[in-house]
Write a protein that binds this ligand. Structure first.
Ligand code: COA
Length: 162
């Protein structure tokens, strides 16, 4: 049994939401160290740059001692080897997440047999939340304050002149 297991929570986090934070808090209670690994998702058009997403995430998790924020490019499977980890954390909000997550988990395991993906369920308050929805609500003038960490809310307003 490896008592120094580092878990990696990868994602594009554009922007980080309270749903992501809920998963991070849960993972940080299970694993001695959690690295939030932020990257580009080439299937998405990001609103925030990689550096902005890293900065927002760092500000949002600064109070959780065993959590670090990093960024990577290329394959997640290669990043895991570089940092000597084999545990991937992903959130499962609803059945609709399952197919995509199942595909990613099995593809990562095909790339490296050691990789295990562990799914955590966020609080039911966040099962309907997504980064796209936050951007849409904000863009249409709705109140999105309750869906994102304070640090994200502030940066979001500045970036979009809200
Ligand atoms: N609460 C709220 N929302 C959540 C959530 C939670 N707990 N968990 C997921 N979401 C939402 C996000 O807000 C996001 O919404 P969006 O689609 O509206 O943007 C969506 O679910 C998933 O986003 P996120 O968790 O940020 O991850 P992603 O799907 O953008 O990231 C990567 C996918 C980056 C992990 C994947 O593309 C990857 O590993 N890339 C590296 C390259 C690679 O290895 N590719 C092969 C992979 S097999």
């Amino acid at each position: 049994m490896n008592t120094k297991i580092t878990a990696v929570y990868p994602g594009s986090f554009d922007p980080p939401t309270k749903g992501h934070l809920d998963i991070i808090a849960r993972a940080s209670k299970i694993f001695p160290k959690v690295i939030i690994a932020i990257t580009e998702n080439y299937n998405k058009h990001h609103m925030f740059s990689l550096q902005e997403r890293v900065d927002m995430m760092k500000e949002s998790v600064s109070s959780i001692k065993n959590v670090e924020v990093d960024s990577f490019s290329g394959l997640l499977a290669d990043y895991l080897i570089n940092i000597d980890s084999f545990i991937v954390i992903r959130g499962l909000r609803a059945l609709s997440d399952f197919e995509y997550e199942f595909q990613m988990a099995l593809m990562n395991r095909t790339l490296n047999q050691k990789i295990e993906t562990i799914f955590l369920m966020p609080d039911q308050l966040y099962t309907f939340l997504s980064s796209s929805m936050v951007k849409e609500i904000a863009g249409l003038g709705g109140d999105f304050k309750n869906f994102v960490p304070d640090a994200v809310y502030k940066r979001f307003k500045i970036k979009n002149n809200l």
